[in-house]
Write a protein that binds this ligand. Structure first.
Ligand SMILES: Cc1cc2nc3c(=O)[nH]c(=O)nc-3n(C[C@H](O)[C@H](O)[C@H](O)COP(=O)(O)OP(=O)(O)OC[C@H]3O[C@@H](n4cnc5c(N)ncnc54)[C@H](O)[C@@H]3O)c2cc1C
Length: 398
């Protein structure tokens, strides 16, 4: 069996990152993406400090910063009073070269990765190529791929399944994906309306409780605000997506916001799930194929990119002669990070913002304000929410 390369299923940010890390280590890579081009739908917008630290070695961090918005603070806020807890990431200056959140669309990362991969002599990027089956033996792995209306079998030494939440690779290996789907549908809308000119002291990433009602979040990107709205769970989401309903939802946040056109909108359901195993012989799962979490806190893509760096480094070492047992460390390090840090934290963030009781909200806010006014507590809090604690804990696992 020809096994002179690593196969990757999925050309999202995670598969593309794994491809670049491997090629950079001198390993031949073949990546198969089901769609005809990089997917540019409304998804991740937040990059956390360690992800920016990791991507720096490829010169990608500078490109993202040039196309994004640096957010030195983020906040949790009572609306409309404006009472808030502001988390200032500058306390992380000794822990990261990028002590801020960067607001930048995830597809811009994918494009930066793609640019480097298409010109790399060790990389073959194949679009319109859907992975559909996997077989393996002691010598290598065979990936069945639907290409040009026929099935082609590709062989490699290892396979990375980075093919997203519905991963065909995970299904082919019959690895369970246990967890739950949350009941609510979130509606994401983008608008040019300048919320920062109307809500004093607003951070570029703001999670809001609305007085006598539910919650919403405001995430700023260059030139636009993304607003997350949570329509009533007992009403059909189609109604919430209609133009008058969208405008009314924005108008209810700031008078005048409803007059600004809704540029893009997207409903989505949220899940928290984790693959029972990250490795099956010569096959590994990475990113959304391995774990799913609420976007609250912006950790899914970041965590997937961290998976990709971790796994690629181990594959490179084994490729160059280290004991293959090293590959088991990938799951031992990254699965607990996903479960105990990413999924658990995102679930707690979501639950906090869904709190409706005014007294309980004020109590939570007072607790958060006590954290933000104590430098040591703030640093500990932000190390965790910025995913640095999870990475440090993972690195300590041997
Ligand atoms: C609204 C929203 C906001 C979010 N915000 C954030 C945020 O701020 N920060 C954050 O870190 N995360 C965020 N996330 C999560 C983030 O978008 C995902 O975690 C991230 O996209 C995972 O990347 P991935 O490469 O693993 O999977 P994907 O991005 O899903 O990429 C998988 C790729 O595989 C391809 N594919 C699928 N099946 C096959 C197949 N059989 N063969 C070949 N290719 C296949 C797909 O076309 C796709 O291109 C958000 C998600 C949503 C929905």
């Amino acid at each position: 069996m020809k096994n002179d390369c690593v196969l990757i299923a999925g050309g999202g940010p995670v598969g593309l990152t794994a491809a670049l890390c491997l090629a950079d280590a001198g390993i031949r890579v073949r990546l198969f993406e089901a769609e005809p081009d990089i997917v540019e739908e409304l998804r991740a917008s937040t990059f956390h400090p360690p992800t920016l630290d990791m991507l720096e070695r490829f010169g990608i961090t500078a490109e993202l910063i040039a196309q994004g918005l640096i957010c030195p603070t983020w906040q949790i806020r009572l609306h409309p009073s404006g009472d808030r807890a502001v988390f200032d990431l500058s306390v992380l200056e000794g822990d990261t070269a990028h002590p801020y959140r960067l607001q930048c669309e995830q597809w811009k990362l994918s494009r930066s990765l793609q640019t480097r991969l298409v010109s790399h002599p060790l990389v073959e990027l194949v679009f319109n190529a859907r992975a559909s089956g996997v077989e393996q033996d002691a010598d290598g792995v065979r990936l069945r791929v639907e290409q040009d209306g026929r099935e082609v079998i590709h062989t490699g030494r290892w396979l990375i399944g980075a093919d997203g939440a519905r991963s065909a690779v995970r299904k082919a290996l019959d690895i369970s994906f246990d967890g739950e789907s949350y009941p609510e549908t979130t509606v994401l809308a983008t608008t040019h309306f300048p919320f920062h000119e109307h809500l004093p002291g607003l951070s570029n990433v703001t999670y809001c409780w609305r007085e006598n009602a539910g919650n919403f979040s405001l995430l700023r990107l260059p030139g636009v605000w993304r607003v997350s709205i949570y329509p009533p769970e007992d009403a059909p989401v189609e109604a919430a997506l209609e133009e008058p309903a969208m405008r009314a939802a924005l108008e209810a946040i700031v008078p005048g916001a409803g007059a600004s056109p809704v540029l893009e909108k997207r409903p989505y359901r949220v899940h928290q799930r984790i693959a029972a195993r990250y490795r099956e012989g010569r096959v590994f799962l990475c990113g959304d194929a391995a774990h799913l979490n609420s976007p609250s806190g912006g950790m899914g893509m970041n965590g997937g990119v961290h998976d990709a760096f971790n796994l690629a480094e181990k594959i490179a070492k084994v490729w160059n002669g280290e004991d293959a047992a090293l590959l088991d460390l990938y799951e031992r390090q990254r699965r607990p990070a996903a479960m105990d840090q990413i999924i658990a934290q995102a679930d707690a963030n979501r639950a906090r913002m869904r709190e409706r009781d005014p007294a309980r909200r004020r109590e939570i806010l007072r607790g958060l304000q006590a954290t933000t006014s104590d430098r040591d507590k703030l640093r500990t809090y932000l190390l965790k929410s910025s995913m640095i604690t999870g990475l440090r804990q993972a690195a300590a696992v041997v």
